[in-house]
Write a protein that binds this ligand. Structure first.
Ligand code: IPM
Ligand code: MG
Length: 354
């Protein structure tokens, strides 16, 4: 198992270090794991003047899986767009063809009180958001800022999806639903946007191949509302890149902290990039207070989806459940009566629980 490790910026290096402790432990127990590091994001810019240095892309292409921390720091916000950390992330997604982004929102019972929603609304929540990741308005051409004849500037982005892009992400969602509660909610804005009218048509066609799965459709504005009103109505939610970006952040807060949520981005062969759903949080970088559990759980997902190793997935997943049950909490999920734990101590606690 060859893993490219890309710590990135902000809290990236410290959370990745905890996930690497977990990988080292599994390695010590006999798994054949090889890790190689490379810079991405602001770190890539510092090292090679490029948020996705060629060597980083090459290493990632040759690896079986990629473990990513996070990218971005305010100090790069004034760079030309092409050199900003976020571009590195978008380019590696595209460069590795990682079209399927899985973002689970799972509530750990002990953390129900960390959610801003009432415990009865969120307890038992187990939702999987399947976000398309290499198309949509994120990548559509034409794009840019240009100056009109009258001297006024105009910004342009283009929302576009072709049938095959919609079908392949739909398939991922239906396949996952078959292993869960067999419900797919497809989120679109078909009442206004033709791109998503096609999205809906293709989902309806695809559903014929999955007679056991119940397909429903929801406009994105309603979905945003339903997520905070009655989130437990959802099993698998499938949507495009921009809607998925927004809804997955919203869904993450239902669980108390985005610091708990892992993600997987997969290509057609289940090669994947694994990263926490949260960002680089430069405000708390280097303070050893970040929550490493999302990154550690991303490693668990790596075993499940890329290495087909359900046993290692369960081992890591159970270790995380154990440290939560034992009362260890990083600052983001801390509540009265629990034990405030640093980032590195949380990593150590998970390793002991392994
Ligand atoms: C995410 C992030 C990225 C996105 C940014 C950092 C480019 O918000 O992974 O959700 O918009 O996809
Ligand atoms: Mg986002």
């Amino acid at each position: 198992m060859k893993i490219a490790v890309l710590p990135g910026d902000g809290i990236g290096p410290e959370i990745v270090a905890q996930a690497v402790k977990v990988l080292d432990r599994l390695k010590a127990d006999g798994l054949k794991i090889e890790m190689e590091y490379a810079p991405i994001g602001g770190a890539g810019y510092e090292a090679a003047g490029d948020p996705l240095p060629e060597a980083t892309l090459k290493l990632s292409q040759e690896a079986d899986a990629v473990l990513l921390g996070a990218v971005g720091d305010w100090k790069y916000d004034t760079l030309p767009r092409d050199q900003r950390p976020e571009r590195g992330l978008l380019r590696i997604r595209k460069g590795l063809n990682l079209f399927a982004n899985l973002r689970p929102a799972l509530l750990y019972p002990e953390l129900a009180s960390a959610s801003t929603l009432k415990p009865e609304v969120v307890s038992g929540l187990d939702l999987m958001i399947v976000r398309e990741l290499t198309g949509d308005i994120y990548f559509g051409q034409p794009r840019g800022i240009s100056t009109l004849e009258n001297g006024e500037r105009e910004g342009i982005n283009t929302m576009r999806y072709n049938e095959s892009e919609i079908r392949r992400i739909g398939r991922v969602a239906f396949d996952i639903a078959m292993k869960r509660n067999k419900k797919v909610c497809s989120v679109d804005k078909a009442n206004v946007l033709e791109t998503t009218e096609l999205w809906r048509q293709v989902m309806i066609e695809l559903a014929k191949e999955y007679p056991e799965v119940e397909l429903s459709h929801m406009y994105v504005d309603n979905a945003a509302m339903q997520l905070v009103r009655a989130p437990k109505q959802f099993d698998v939610m499938v949507t495009g890149n921009i809607f998925g970006d927004i809804l997955s952040d919203e869904a993450s807060m239902l669980t108390g902290s985005i610091g708990m949520l892992p993600s997987a981005s997969l290509d057609a062969n289940n090669k994947g990039m694994y990263e926490p759903s949260h960002g680089s949080a430069p405000d708390i970088a280097g303070k050893d207070v970040a929550n490493p559990l999302a990154t550690i759980l991303s490693v668990a997902m790596m075993f499940k989806y890329t290495f087909n190793d359900e046993a290692s997935f369960n081992r890591i997943d159970n270790a995380v459940k154990k440290v939560i049950a034992a009362g260890y909490r990083t600052a983001d999920i801390w509540t009265e009566g629990t034990q405030k734990t640093s980032c590195s101590a949380m990593g150590d606690a998970v390793v002991s629980a392994l």
